[in-house]
Design a binder for this molecule. Structure first.
Ligand SMILES: Cc1cc2nc3c(=O)[nH]c(=O)nc-3n(C[C@H](O)[C@H](O)[C@H](O)COP(=O)(O)OP(=O)(O)OC[C@H]3O[C@@H](n4cnc5c(N)ncnc54)[C@H](O)[C@@H]3O)c2cc1C
Length: 394
């Protein structure tokens, strides 16, 4: 690992300059076009390459403890890294969403020492993880899940089906929820596992979305044998563990996305002025643009608050994460709608793999709908805000 960036951590301004200088050197100029034309395997290769570049200089998992493959840096450093990735329009590491958020949150809190030693450095070296929670009849009501795990000596034998599992086709490992007891209250009979996606009996079938990207897939499990050492915490305590995973869904990646959007707004405006775009003469579109830009500034502040709460490891129930989810995903949808109207025919292009193509408004617009469903739907977020935040009756 090069020490040039990590040698400058004492001085935040120096650290920022070092990250900026590194990004100037490594971000390929035309990566967005490259990715837009890539097939699935080229997309995977690109994402893995980019994560390995980040890891070479400690910028993959900068805030993790050193003994687990991180650089041991503070939240302030992490914010700088996210800001600079956005500023440089560096490729987002979307394929690593679960690896960088859900997995560390879960393993740091609930993993055994052995599990932490075995899996966390792998994540820091680029292992791709997926999340096997949702099932065809268990989404918002996740506790109804039916995928069955039955103990057989030192292994559990798992049968069932998962769905909407993001990046499962590329994944090396899966965090998996299963039912181990059918005789108790549904939340009580769930067990949490780490599953090797190359185990015999695991089959992934991609699901192609409206934006033409097959980001997520179904996972079929037939007599998959998971060793007991891959169980996280006790048998039947999976529901409690899953709450930690779910609360980690919105963090630095959401922050980075909002920072990126800020630059997208600025770019759209710059280009519109340079080209004397017709929409600039339309008062209603201009007003809409400025309202959305203003709302984005509010969301950016809320995201900072969310990161600070997470950093303090605040055990008080907070609704910030639900608010962030609600506000940012609905904002993205309205932005996509406006962007499509502004960009017109130029934005109507489709690409198989462009996973952060905010250059292309129709792709951005179609992608924005998934955000209001993923990670708990916005209706569920409204319930959380109403009940936990405002104390309204159920
Ligand atoms: C882009 C994307 C990525 C995803 N990635 C993953 C992943 O990696 N791993 C994974 O396990 N899952 C993933 N999911 C699945 C996601 O978690 C579920 O889609 C989500 O929890 C909703 O479940 P459902 O689709 O079964 O809808 P349902 O739960 O059937 O909901 C249907 C409708 O009813 C509403 N509704 C349901 N219950 C209530 C209630 N109590 N109050 C008010 N309204 C309610 C919902 O808001 C929704 O409008 C992903 C989904 C998307 C869109």
């Amino acid at each position: 690992m090069s020490l040039s960036i990590l040698e400058q951590i004492e001085d935040l301004a120096g650290f920022r300059s070092a990250v900026r200088e590194w990004l100037t050197r490594v971000v390929p100029e035309n990566w967005l076009d490259q990715l837009a034309k890539a097939n699935d395997s080229e997309y995977e290769t690109f994402q893995r390459w980019w994560m390995s570049e980040r890891n070479k200089v400690g910028m993959g998992t900068p805030h993790w403890p050193v003994q687990y493959g991180g650089a041991g840096l503070s939240l302030s450093h992490q914010i700088i890294v996210a800001e600079e990735l956005a500023r440089a329009n560096a490729p987002p590491s979307r394929m690593y969403t679960v690896s960088l958020n859900h997995v560390p949150a879960t393993l740091f809190r609930w993993g055994s020492t052995e599990q932490k030693r075995r899996y966390l450095p792998g994540v820091a070296n680029g292992d791709v993880w997926c999340q096997g929670f949702s099932e065809p009849n268990a989404g918002s009501d996740l506790a109804s899940l039916k995928t069955r795990a039955i103990r057989d000596g030192d292994v559990y034998v798992v049968n069932g089906q998962k769905i909407w599992s993001s990046y499962s086709r590329y994944a090396d490992f899966c965090i998996l929820l299963t039912r181990t007891d059918t005789t108790v209250r549904k939340q009580k009979g769930i067990t949490y596992f780490i599953m090797d996606m190359r185990s015999p009996g695991v089959e992934v079938r991609p699901i192609r979305q409206a934006n033409n990207h097959a980001e997520f897939g179904e996972i079929f499990l037939s007599n998959v044998r998971i060793p007991i050492e891959n169980r996280i915490d006790e048998e039947n305590n999976g529901w409690t563990v899953a709450q930690t995973t779910l609360s980690a869904e919105r963090g630095v990646l959401a922050f980075e996305r909002a920072e990126r959007l800020r630059y997208t707004f600025e770019r759209i405006l710059r280009e519109a002025i340079a080209n004397s775009a017709v929409w600039l003469r339309n008062d209603s579109l201009r007003r809409e643009f400025m309202v959305l830009f203003g709302e984005l500034q509010g969301a950016r502040h809320l995201l900072r608050q969310l990161l600070e709460e997470a950093d303090r490891d605040d055990k008080n129930v907070s609704i910030t994460s639900a608010l962030v989810k609600l506000i940012t995903t609905e904002h993205r949808q309205r932005f996509g709608d406006l962007f499509a109207r502004i960009q017109g025919i130029d934005g109507q292009q489709f690409f198989p793999c462009a996973d952060d193509s905010s250059e292309y408004s129709m792709y951005e617009y179609l992608s924005s709908f998934g955000g209001t469903i993923a990670g708990g739907t916005n209706d569920i977020m409204r319930n959380i805000i109403a009940e936990r935040g405002l104390g309204l009756p159920r």
